[in-house]
Design a protein around this ligand. Structure first.
Ligand code: WT7
Length: 652
């Protein structure tokens, strides 16, 4: 480790070597990493084929590794058969049945523990219950759950019967829930009476009721977990309590054997245009990616307690809570509530209480906890921690250093993991026992991943000073297969830019002189607020649906805490409001967006204009709006602008 002086000016050139104590016991040593990379470069298909054979229990072996004949619709291990829940649960029963699989801490401090045997039993019981309701292979099942073990049980139960789950984050609105149910044409919903968050009850069931009251005709039944027990309405014909459903079913359940390409789940995420898209992941390739990266990046060992703080409603909660670590036979921790409930030391208290050894969270959480001061973490024994991770947005070097020094005791490697809902598993990250890290860089692609930074023509950018498009040049097993019901949009969004040759991530990046990757941010119209992905068009459509709004444009501006914040430029119908009228409209519009999409999308700031800056052909100049939102002086050439005078109005 070099130059680790507290309080000195941070330079991106600092480097941190993996601590020897870590390297001594690491799963992947520098030599092993070199040989993995060599193997993957020499024969990518052979590499993935070998790993798929070794790491996954197949019911029927796969006859081929990769099929590129319908590129960019690649398939992996097609013809092979497996069941993902068998790979996460059954295969551990003989040797690890009594090992703790999940330690669950509720917001109120209640603790529950599931062994692999008891988790297996609960998954089988729910799977049997779902079958009793008529759920079958291929059905779509929507999950709206608090971050409790039953969320994982429900996901695994779907996997067991070959149904596709689509988990919806509990912070979205009933309107968003409805559009996802309808897009997926779901037959069942699994939810809870409520969840605990920030000292309040999140009304999950009443959200479902609201969504179903105006549409969602495909839904047959709603399964309801009793969590908060605060008295909710149940529809006798449609709703069934989870505990009643599993009261008289068997503890074992024959798994549905599915093709490796059978979809495991859909997960909706925002893109640059229109409505959220249902990203589809396939059983075999996804499982391989989640499992391998759990082992490689998090160095999972038999004695570890792994805590990924992500909610199961996001891809991180799929790959590093529900699937990867369980497939690896690890012990995971799940926490239901808010990071600062009832006090700012909650996360560190949980780490101490349960002996967490590996901790994985988002930069926005690190920054928020950093602001509370060093005294708070100092009150807790964090000495069991041995590895720290970051995900969701670029981590600024200051937050990285704090994480390293205050939480990691300058002893734990940090893995800054770059990936996406679409990539299914981590694509770029340090291997903790083998790669020298730099604060703010996700370092290098993992073995088998061919990432690069290219220019407008698709040529590799050689200069370390220059940014470009982040692309992946070869297919990989956990890649998204399509957008549910819209394959054309899938190809258009991710593949067409460079004629189907490369997967286009939507991020810009650059590589330094030593080849380290640095993510610069999105280059489409996606805004990242606290690591959550929001489509600017989605928020614009919501605003324009308001009766008093004529036009709206939404951009992100840098924010010290949340990474980015949503700024909306709005043209009202009629006169431009000022003073109290503007304040009143702002309050109304913020509530409106919360209602339409969810609180995450609520604009931090709304500015009103008589018009928006447009080119002569009528295109809104978002780049100018981004500068205005960030409070920058407009240095760009505005000669192509139709209505330059509008800038002064919007700058105010
Ligand atoms: C986008 C994907 C991957 C799980 C959580 C987010 C940004 C993600 C990093 C990182 C810089 C990052 C990118 C990416 N992102 N990880 N380590 N450094 N940026 O999944 O919601 O699909 O968002 O998050 O912009 O494209 P997601």
């Amino acid at each position: 480790m070099t130059n680790d002086t507290i309080g000195s000016v941070l330079h991106e050139t600092r480097t941190f070597h993996p601590p020897q104590a870590f390297v001594d016991h690491a799963r992947i040593t520098p030599d092993r990493l070199t040989s993995l990379r060599e193997e993957a470069d020499r024969d990518p298909e052979g590499f993935w084929g070998r790993l798929a054979q070794e790491e996954i229990d197949w019911h029927k072996p796969f006859p081929q590794v990769l099929d590129s004949s319908r590129a960019p619709r690649y398939t992996w291990f097609e013809g092979g058969e497996l069941n993902v829940s068998v790979n996460c649960l059954d295969r551990h029963l003989a040797r690890r049945g009594q090992k703790t699989a999940i330690i669950a801490e509720g917001e109120k401090g209640d603790v529950r523990v599931f062994t692999y045997a008891s988790l297996h039993r609960e998954v089988c019981r729910l799977a049997n219950g779902l079958r009793k309701l008529g759920a079958r292979k291929g059905d779509r099942i929507i999950l709206l759950m608090p971050n409790v073990p039953e969320a994982v049980i429900a996901m695994q139960a779907c996997a067991r019967i070959g149904a596709l789950h689509s988990v919806v984050f509990g912070g979205f609105s009933a309107e968003s829930l409805k559009s996802r149910i309808e897009d997926a044409n779901a037959r069942f919903v699994i939810t809870a009476d409520g969840g605990h968050r920030g000292g309040k009850i999140i009304e999950l069931k009443s959200f479902v009721d609201k969504a179903l009251s105006t549409g969602c005709k495909s839904v047959r039944n709603v399964v309801v977990l009793k969590r908060t027990d605060h008295g909710i309405a149940m529809d006798d014909k449609r709703d069934v309590w989870w505990h009643d459903l599993v009261a008289n079913v068997k503890d074992t359940c024959d798994p549905a054997w599915v093709d490796a390409e059978h979809p495991l789940f859909l997960l909706y995420t925002s893109g640059s245009t229109g409505r959220p898209k249902g990203i589809v992941h396939a059983s075999g390739g996804y499982l391989l990616g989640a499992l391998l990266t759990s082992k490689w990046v998090f160095d999972l060992q038999a004695s570890d307690v792994f805590w990924c703080t992500a909610d199961v409603g996001w891809i991180t909660g799929h790959s590093y809570v529900a699937y990867g670590p369980l497939a690896a036979g690890a012990t995971i921790l799940m926490y239901e509530g808010a990071p600062t409930e009832p006090h700012g030391g909650r996360f560190w208290e949980i780490c101490e209480k349960h002996g967490v050894t590996i901790f994985y969270t988002a930069p926005t959480a690190i920054r928020a906890l950093m602001r509370l001061g060093d005294d708070i973490p100092a009150k807790y024994d964090l000495s069991k921690l041995r590895l720290l991770g970051s995900v969701g947005e670029p981590i600024n070097p200051e937050a990285w250093m704090w994480y390293h020094r205050v939480i990691g005791g300058a002893r734990c490697p940090i893995v800054d993991t770059w990936w996406q809902t679409e990539t299914g598993s981590i694509m770029m990250s340090p291997i903790p026992g083998a790669v020298v890290t730099k604060p703010g860089s996700c370092t290098f692609p993992l073995p088998g991943i061919d990432a690069d930074v290219v220019d407008e023509e698709g040529e590799r950018i050689q200069s370390p000073e220059e940014g470009g498009y982040l692309v992946i040049k070869r297919p990989w097993p956990s890649m998204a297969r399509t957008i549910y019901g819209d394959d054309a949009r899938y190809q258009e969004t991710y593949w067409n830019k460079f004629n189907n040759r490369y997967y286009v991530a939507g991020d810009s990046a650059h590589r330094d002189a030593e080849g380290y990757f640095w993510i610069l941010g999105r280059n489409d119209d996606v805004i990242k607020v606290s690591g959550h992905r929001l489509g600017s068009m989605e928020i614009e459509s919501a605003l324009c649906a308001h009766p008093n709004i004529a036009e709206a444009a939404v951009v992100g501006r840098p924010d010290a805490l949340t990474g980015e914040a949503v700024v909306a430029f709005v043209v009202p119908k009629g006169a431009r409001p000022e003073g109290d009228a503007a304040t009143k409209l702002t309050i109304e519009l913020r509530a409106w967006v919360t209602e339409q999409i969810g609180a995450l999308a609520r604009p931090a700031e709304i500015r009103y204009g008589d018009n928006l800056p447009k080119t002569r052909s009528g295109k809104i100049m978002r780049r100018l709006l981004r500068s205005l939102a960030a409070g920058e002086v407009i240095a760009q050439d505005t000669s192509t602008l139709e209505n330059a005078s509008i800038l002064a109005q919007l700058a105010a």
